[in-house]
Write a protein that binds this ligand. Sequence first.
Ligand code: TGC
Ligand code: FAD
Length: 394
Amino acid sequence: MSVKQDLFQSPDYFLTDDLLTEEHKLIRDTVRAYVKKEISPIIEDYAQRAEFPVQIVKQLGELGCFGPTVPQEYGGGGLDYISYGLMMQELERGDSGVRSTASVQGSLVMYPIYAYGNEEQRMRFLPKLASGEWLGCFGLTEPDHGSDPSSMLTNIKDAGDYVILNGSKMWISNAPYAHLAVVWAKDEAGIVRGVVVERGMEGFSTPTTHGKWSLRASATGELVFDNVKVPKENILPNVQGLKGPLGCLTKARYGIAWGVIGAAMDCYDTALRYSKQRMQFDKPIAGFQLQQKKLAEMITEITKAQLLNWRLGVLMNEGRVTPQQVSMAKRNSCEIATNICRDARQMLGGMGITGEYPIMRHMMNLESVITYEGTHDIHLLITGMDVTGLNAFK
Ligand code: TGC
Ligand code: FAD
């Protein structure tokens, strides 16, 4: 058994398939088949080389994984949020970096252009982003301002027909390959504004971040703005303040809540199959109580998270979800997925640390996922504030 022969069988202990429509299942199965065919055979090698498989951008566009909830008139899929969640689950089952590419493009680049942009901006950018002709990135985090984006220093100054953009962003997924960046910067009144910065604008560069032990198959970089002249028609007119970027993060965090359960399912499935085949002391290790405890706890947590995600999707579809509910789900999913990967790795013994199996790669990836889109601590504090009414951030 090796990751290059993808034998994945999806665990569904509480028959959650019954909660899905035929369309949901078709979408899920289509993305699953894509991952088996195009991602699993290659992803380990790309991760080992720390290289972004750039061909997936076109493939994900063709598959409809970019902006699935954006209306079809702009090139999106016009689908519901459960479809979106299932796509993210299946992509992250392949690799968190692949899901990251899709999350950023759909939730952090297309969503703000759709929700905060004008009609001209929507028509100019969205169809090319949806098809994968263009790749986008999202610049919020700065070298000195991560969890607290309200203190950002990146700024725009009015200069007639355009604004002058200065500052820098750090840890930006997709940046080295991006055709455009949705960047959050303060105007002269200190109000956060969204601007679309296009590759080729003078003074704009995207140096690659090297040396990551996590998300190695995802391209990460900086965004550097040195007196970049950005035409005023590239400013997103319909939002002001931090609620602009945070509104995008609610969509992306929702996708992560589903996505990391895909990684957890892959680790559980791998550990289950391996432990039934691996003989020690003349019996399969799956027959030992200590290994069964791990498997039983993994499937219990996966099942609880599948149900939580489905319910979250229903609330998203009905427009009743709160950002705090999304935070709880993102945090819970990341925590259990991280624990499951760790236990699964131990169940494979020495083989667990090799690239023959996907577990170590998932485990390392999840160290980024538990940190980005709001750290584990930040999501806990969001829940804490929601239930107590008291702010423990500051
Ligand atoms: P605060 O005063 O609480 O909020 C400012 C305004 O924003 C509103 N708001 C939200 N709106 C929509 N969705 C949310 N999730 C929202 N959270 C807050 C809020 O109502 C307020 O609106 P208004 O109208 O009153 O102005 O802001 P704060 O400065 O106290 O910060 C709160 C805090 C710490 C929770 C927030 O800043 C935070 O979430 N920090 C974490 C930063 C973060 O998540 N960064 C992610 C960077 S992007 C990324 O990691 C992409 S990785 C992608 C990938 O590869 O997949
Ligand atoms: P810090 O904010 O410095 O936090 C350090 C530690 O302090 C954490 O443990 C944190 O929980 C804790 N802490 C902070 N504040 C508090 C508090 N009030 N109370 C208690 N503890 C606290 N950003 C983007 O804008 N776009 C992207 O595409 C993007 N992609 C990323 C890709 C990768 C691979 C990574 C690793 C990050 C990416 N990020 C991106 C950045 C990411 O969102 C930030 O790393 C994250 O928000 C945390 O910020 P920080 O790293 O500056 O940590």
